[in-house]
Design a binder for this molecule. Structure first.
Ligand SMILES: Nc1ncnc2c1ncn2[C@@H]1O[C@H](COP(=O)(O)OP(=O)(O)OP(=O)(O)O)[C@@H](O)[C@H]1O
Length: 523
């Protein structure tokens, strides 16, 4: 058998791989840089050429990706495994684009690396080398095995126009995956059009999707193209497909099977050259059983299914994502990025993140604005994290954090007579008539360590968000305010929701809905 060529400037990697492969009776030949490999390729007779090539990406004297390109010119069928210390999608995408067989994120698990090499050898012996291609958006991060599987799937789908159904909890990155699938598809130069079917009133959805002719209904003064037409030649992302009204499901099914549709009030068919990617946080099989989702549409959409893991199923990614979002927020706000203390990171990693990556992103933004110092400590974490991270955080850390850094969940509001909590809260308490049960505002705000009042903190955040040119300031701050109100009320009623709703003067359905929307289910 021909040898496995290993190229890496790191002697220890070469050594470990050589030894492991030797134990498997796989011969090896090692190189320290791409030039040596190219020279050997020219000099070596065919019989001594590589069976497969395992290459690092960053080496003095040339990049592994350039090497991949040059090698592929000479030996297009050769399986190449790219090793990279950067397990973001960029490297994976470039590797797949260059025609790599697989990529191996460093530090790797040796048995897994050997297994991968075995697979590549089998593949090369069958002389059917799968040349895989591009993957996803560079800003999509993930080191957890479950995310690596997602990246690989994206890479494999990149040459195809197939319909994909993405499932996963809210905020887990479904739209990001859809964008990545588009960006690395043959339709990349076409438009990517997204529509959240749950966010558009039922009556408007049909014309939103398919457009309407002039005079089709009252108010339709001009002809309007719908999202299907806007996505012509590109990709249409249908978010929250599980909530699509039944009659529209029928229309969608028809477009998918006939390849054309009619504008509302229109009589001539409009051709639809659109790839559909759908997403849902719901269990569609269950929706089919309940009779609210069409089974035939389900099968149409479910050609390929990608399941995105919830963030709590990949806690190992929290650290990397936190650092990334802290940098992004700092960039947006034009400030120095904050760092996070290990103890705070441990706590954050133990939090269940019902709102998934989006919630972590918001937390990081909040910390960038609100944490008083450059290094974020446990006490700076937002109340919902402090209140909800207990069990997971302790389980994650090898030794529990010192008592001074961590106390059990603290209610946001203290009755005026109670002593201040051991943990300094990141924001002071809103002055609301909830604390003493007498309908009298609790007047003493809890110190936040910055001397800033709750109102002042909110005003400062509003100011910074506005200056940063954000267009979701209302949403972000309303959510923050509602979260505070509900947490405070729940803390005062020992979690009894109906009582909390009464105290807040809202209905029980409203509090239940808000708790769900705000991702406070764990309280
Ligand atoms: N793996 C990731 N790396 C970096 N950012 C991510 C990742 N996953 C999600 N995000 C970010 O988290 C936020 C939420 O992601 P996205 O909108 O794709 O989630 P979603 O599952 O479509 O949510 P919803 O179901 O509520 O529509 C976005 O700002 C996105 O950029």
């Amino acid at each position: 058998m021909k040898p496995i060529w290993i190229v890496d400037d790191d002697q220890s990697i070469r050594f470990v791989l050589e030894k492991a492969l030797l134990r498997e009776n796989l011969p090896t030949r090692s190189f320290t840089n791409p030039q040596e490999v190219l020279k050997a390729l020219t000099d070596a007779p065919e019989s001594e050429g590589p069976q497969i090539l395992v290459s690092d990406i960053r080496m003095p004297g040339g990049s592994g990706l350039e090497l991949l390109e040059r090698v592929k010119e000479k030996l297009p069928g050769l399986p190449v495994i790219i090793m990279t210390a950067f397990s973001d999608l960029d490297s994976a995408v470039s590797a797949f684009q260059g025609g790599a067989f697989e990529y191996l994120p460093k530090p790797f698990d040796l048995p897994k690396a050997v297994e991968l090499i075995h697979r590549a050898v089998e593949e090369s012996q069958r002389e059917e080398v799968a040349i895989e291609s591009v993957s996803a958006a560079p800003e999509m991060l993930g080191q957890a095995p479950a995310m690596q599987d997602v990246f690989r799937a994206i890479g494999r789908l990149s040459q195809s126009n197939v319909t994909v159904l993405i499932t996963g909890e809210s905020g887990s990155g479904k739209e990001l995956v859809a964008r990545a699938l588009h960006k690395h598809s043959p339709r990349a130069s076409g438009p990517f059009v997204a529509i959240n079917t749950a966010a558009i009133p039922k009556d408007l959805l049909e014309s939103e999707l398919f457009g309407h002719e002039r005079g089709a209904f009252t108010g339709a003064q001009t002809m309007r193209r719908g999202r299907f037409e806007q996505a012509e030649g590109g990709t249409l992302f249908l978010d929250e497909i599980g909530d699509m009204p039944f009659d529209l499901q029928t229309r969608l099914l028809r477009v998918l099977s006939d390849g054309h549709f009619y504008r509302v009030g229109g009589h001539s068919a409009v051709k639809a050259n659109v790839r559909v990617i759908a997403a849902t946080h719901q269990n569609l099989e269950q929706r089919v059983k309940e009779g609210v989702f069409r089974e035939d549409l389900f099968h149409r959409l479910n050609v390929i299914r990608l399941r995105l893991p919830a963030l709590r199923e990949r806690r190992e990614d929290v650290a990397m994502l936190t650092r990334y979002f802290l940098q992004q927020s700092a960039k947006q706000l034009g400030v120095e990025p904050k760092r996070i203390a290990d103890s705070a990171l441990r706590l954050l990693s133990g939090f269940d993140f019902p709102g998934n990556v989006r919630q972590l992103e918001n937390v990081c933004h909040w910390l960038t604005v609100m944490a008083p110092a450059q290094v974020i400590e446990v006490k700076d974490l937002p109340p919902e994290v402090l209140a909800g991270a207990g069990a997971g955080a302790v389980a994650l850390s090898e030794s529990p954090p010192p008592a001074a850094e961590w106390s059990p969940p603290v209610p946001l509001t203290m009755p005026p007579a109670m002593p201040a909590p051991a943990v300094a809260l990141p924001i002071a308490v809103p002055e609301m008539p909830v604390a003493n049960g007498l309908g009298v505002p609790a007047t003493a705000p809890v110190a936040d360590g910055t001397g800033m009042s709750w109102e002042g903190g909110l005003r400062r955040e509003a100011q910074m968000l506005l200056e940063a040119g954000r267009h979701d300031v209302w949403d972000v701050l309303t959510r923050r305010f509602e979260t505070l109100l509900i947490q405070t009320a729940l803390a005062n009623t020992r979690g009894r929701r109906i009582e909390a709703a009464q105290k807040l003067g809202i209905g029980r359905n409203t509090i239940t809905r808000k708790i769900q929307e705000l991702g406070l289910d764990d309280l």
